[in-house]
Design a protein around this ligand. Structure first.
Ligand SMILES: Cc1cc2nc3c(=O)[nH]c(=O)nc-3n(C[C@H](O)[C@H](O)[C@H](O)COP(=O)(O)O)c2cc1C
Length: 506
């Protein structure tokens, strides 16, 4: 059994400077970088080479851009990095520091060049097959991916078996600060999970959001965007840690069925309540998983009051620590159960007509803030939207669940959607099949999460980026000590779980 974990870095820019043997040279160069300072120097010099190549290729003689591009393509592809390539390298470097084997492929080489096209695609598909995860970096074009990344997605859509259950993460660069980096990351994340991949964002050390976001317009600009480089490093860290976590589950299994929480936040005339009971809890599926229903639709959930310091205290994970302590509010009574699930199905009914819809969805989501800020209490949970959807619904509930829940440092699985027409589920078998596959993945991730938290957990530190008051409190000596103690308790809790709940088959 191989313990090597492989991450394939895919470059999606047509300004991309590395291709062919330049990809292998790039990997060798990354392998030689051992410190962050050295990485930053390397990235600056490569961005500078990109700018000089561009000038040499014709900008200095005022040549038109198509001529410049033609000249750039004639280069051997062994030097320089475009803006989005720079961030890809930052992500791949982080993965390498985590002992993950890295590879690089340039999409402009695969799709932008007709020479040996078939052979190139064949060899690319082989690389994809061998990789455990894929990290894609490309420019933002009109608030979305560029056509090279799109061609890549289309290739995978017709070869989806090759990437089933593998892990995806993304990085993008745009010329504007808010140029659509996040929309690009979100759309591509949705598309990649919908072909069967798992998705992660960037790590807790950066911002635990949707991936790497760079801000650079002109050739070479990206080297000055340290914040963007940081998010790219965070994305490389996140995907490589999840790959290692999944790889560590070989030869292990849960002793009992996984505890899967079904959190229902929106319903109409008890439709979801009845569907969930009939199709999941009281069906044959109860033989493969221990489903725990948290039907919160009729419960009282108060709005988050946006505390400057959240959570109110630093303490053991098991203690509910939101400022809202009213007995009427449901959160304090579900806290312990919620943090004890192995995976989470979350959602409800998505209607066309909102009459008689009951929803606590938005309040629930904002109230989970204390869980995120308790050093990512839901870290590495496998999360999937479970939607019972009127076929004419335009609500996008599944997308909103994904974009909110990924910020809990979770692993996102493709939404399970039961479509309803005239009070009848019209895709029952497909959705049940998806649910069965989700349970299999939930078992694997549950073992990985228990093992990781018991043996490899360092510090899932919530970093209050953007909050001055919280940052000051965060640096306070007592807070640091308390957080360390809480993290130790988390480790101990998972060590006990490891003995109680995981068996080794090897
Ligand atoms: C067709 C096109 C559309 C673009 N659309 C956007 C956009 O919507 N938002 C943005 O911030 N930048 C946009 N840009 C700028 C690029 O994202 C930016 O220059 C980026 O740094 C290019 O990365 P690269 O050098 O790796 O190709 C666009 C560029 C082109 C050519």
């Amino acid at each position: 059994m191989s313990n090597t974990v492989k991450l394939l870095g895919v470059s999606g820019s047509l300004r991309n400077l590395r291709h062919g043997k330049g990809s292998d040279i790039l990997v060798e160069e990354i392998n030689q970088i051992h410190t962050r300072e050295h990485l930053i120097e390397y990235l600056s010099s490569q961005a500078q080479i990109c700018l000089s190549s561009f000038i040499e290729a014709g900008r200095k003689d005022n040549k038109s851009f198509d001529k410049i591009l033609k000249n750039l393509k004639r280069l051997p592809g062994v030097n320089g990095l475009s803006n989005s390539e720079v961030l890809l390298v930052a992500g791949l470097w982080a993965a390498k520091q985590n002992n993950v084997e890295i590879e690089h492929v340039s999409l402009s080489d695969i799709f932008g060049n007709e020479k040996n096209a078939k052979e190139k695609i064949y060899s690319f598909l082989n690389k994809i097959k061998e990789a455990n995860g894929i990290l894609v970096s490309g420019p933002v074009y009109f608030g979305d991916r560029g056509s090279l990344t799109h061609d890549f997605l289309q290739l995978l859509r017709v070869n989806s078996k090759l990437v089933k259950d593998k892990v995806f993460a993304g990085i993008t660069v745009g010329a504007k600060r808010n140029g659509g980096q996040e929309t690009t990351l979100i759309y591509q994340m949705l598309d990649f999970i919908n072909i069967g991949m798992l998705a992660v964002g960037n790590d807790a050390e950066s911002t635990a959001q949707y991936g790497g976001t760079g801000h650079a317009g002109d050739v070479g600009d990206i080297a000055k965007d340290y914040y963007g480089i940081n998010t790219a490093i965070g994305t490389g860290n996140r995907i490589s840690n999840v790959l290692k976590m999944i790889n560590s589950t070989k030869d292990t299994a849960l002793k009992k069925k996984p505890k899967i929480g079904i959190i229902v936040l929106q319903d109409k005339n008890n439709k979801v309540l009845n569907y969930v009971k009939k199709t999941i809890i009281n069906s044959y599926l109860s033989k493969v998983a221990d489903f725990r229903l948290l039907y919160l639709v009729n419960e009282s959930i108060k709005s988050c009051i946006a505390c400057d310091i959240c959570p109110t205290e630093v303490d053991d994970d098991r203690i509910y620590r939101c400022i809202i302590k009213s007995k009427k509010d449901v959160f304090s009574s579900i806290h312990e159960e919620m943090i004890d699930f192995d995976a989470i199905l979350i959602g409800g009914f998505s209607p066309e007509n909102y009459e008689s819809l009951k929803s606590v969805y938005q309040k629930f989501m904002e109230r989970t803030r204390y869980l995120r800020r308790s050093d990512y209490l839901l870290s590495n949970y496998l999360v999937v939207p479970l939607i019972f959807k009127d076929v004419n619904s335009r609500e996008n509930l599944e997308t909103r669940i994904i974009t909110s829940m990924i910020r809990h440092h979770t692993i996102i699985y493709s939404p399970i959607i039961f479509n309803e027409l005239d009070n009848r589920l019209i895709n029952f078998e497909k959705a049940i099949g998806d649910l069965e596959q989700f349970v299999e993945m939930a078992k694997k991730i549950a073992v990985g999460r228990i093992k990781y938290n018991a043996t490899a957990l360092e510090y899932e530190h919530y970093n209050p980026v953007g909050y001055t008051l919280s940052s000051a409190k965060d640096k306070d000596f007592t807070t640091i000590q308390k957080r360390k103690t809480a993290m130790n308790k988390r480790r101990v809790r998972f060590k006990q779980m490891l003995t109680r709940r995981v068996i080794y088959n090897g």
